[in-house]
Design a binder for this molecule. Structure first.
Ligand code: F1P
Length: 347
């Protein structure tokens, strides 16, 4: 049996992380020229599906680093309901960061075209295809062709764009030490994959688990949403993402001994996050923790918390991959899905 494209893409992704960092370095002066002077009303991140979840994670990180009001909005919502996102009460521009693996998703391309037609502000594009329609709309384009992949479900592409947007955030907010520290990420990623792939395989092959809950907060919530989507797309399993403390407000009623609760633990709020997991284990749930230290999957990176969130992705992607194989599904071709959604929009 040929080795799955998805598997190859997951285990090779640290190479694409390094390429992402190089791509941002190449655009450093353009980024500074485009964004240094303007006092923005807000910073908006947009994408669709996986890349909307990336936008969600990126907005939380950018506001954390900059103090600037930042938010994420799905491409389709920015296109259809711009008035719910863009203020008409200000003359100050909005910085829009548009994220797309393909650079051809109709909602994202159309929303950015509309944003530019209304002269709302500058656009940074982050994509794996530098010659795509979306890239042509960017004032600055960070392209990472090394993140391109055959599979429909985003893994290597997502992580490459997430590393890129994290590096852009560090650059624009002058967090130069954190940006420099990112150079260590690919080696840490390779070590994590080598160390924890057996654990991922064991969890993936545990078909007695019939539901997955991914808990993440702050800059990690968007990543919880993304790994949740991998579980859905690749394995057709009931799964949902939640902010840690939100899980007590109803969803915990779903916890049984066939429920997996996956915690993307932080350093800063570890006590409160771990308390939720302890309670869910007491209810019979099967808990798996990821974090810098004292976790089932421990990064031991020594890197600043702000720039190491990509480390949560590879092992959780591998769990979804191994579960798909155990369920005799094809992770390279998820049910009903295509790699890009292109609509016949008359806008
Ligand atoms: C986004 C997208 C997602 C979907 C899947 C494949 O495309 O189609 O909507 O969840 O992950 O990618 P893109 O705009 O990032 O190319």
């Amino acid at each position: 049996m040929s080795i799955s494209a998805t598997y190859q893409e997951i285990v090779s992704q640290p190479v694409a992380w390094a390429a992402a960092l190089s791509a941002v370095t190449q655009q450093a002066s353009s980024l500074t020229d485009t964004c240094h002077s303007a006092e923005f009303d807000q910073v908006l991140f947009t994408g669709c599906g996986s890349t909307y979840y990336l936008a969600t994670a990126a907005a939380a990180l950018f506001q954390t680093l900059s103090g600037q009001a930042s938010r994420a909005v799905p491409g389709g919502e920015l296109l259809l309901y711009p008035e719910t996102t863009l203020s008409s009460a200000t003359e100050r521009p909005t910085l829009l960061v548009a994220i797309s693996r393909s650079g051809t998703t109709t909602e994202t391309v159309s929303a950015v075209g509309q944003f530019k037609a209304q002269q709302r502000g500058p656009v940074i594009v982050i994509t794996n295809y530098g010659d795509s329609p979306l890239a042509l709309l960017g004032d600055v384009v960070v392209a990472i062709p090394e993140g391109q992949e055959e599979s429909v479900a985003q893994t290597r592409s997502f992580a490459s764009m997430y590393v890129a947007v994290s590096a852009v955030a560090c650059h624009l907010t002058q967090h130069t030490d954190a940006l420099s520290a990112m150079a260590a990420l690919p080696a840490v990623g390779q070590r994590l994959i080598a160390t924890y792939e057996p654990l991922a395989k064991q969890w993936g092959q545990s078909l007695d688990l019939d539901r997955f809950y991914f808990l993440g907060s702050g800059p990690r919530y968007g990543l919880a949403c993304e790994v949740n989507l991998k579980m859905k797309e690749m394995t057709l399993t009931h799964s949902e993402p939640f902010h840690f403390l939100e899980f007590r407000h109803g969803p915990m009623s779903m916890v049984t001994d066939s429920a997996a609760i996956i915690g993307l633990l932080s350093d800063t709020q570890r006590e409160h996050e771990a308390a939720v997991l302890t309670e869910m284990a007491q209810l019979g749930g099967r808990v798996l923790t990821l974090g810098e230290t004292n976790a089932d999957i421990a990064f031991d990176s020594g890197l600043p918390e702000s720039i190491r969130n990509v480390l949560y992705l590879p092992i959780l992607q591998l769990i979804a991959y191994y579960r798909a194989i155990a369920k005799q599904l094809d992770p390279d071709h998820p049910t009903h899905l295509t790699a890009v959604v292109e609509l016949d929009f008359s806008f």
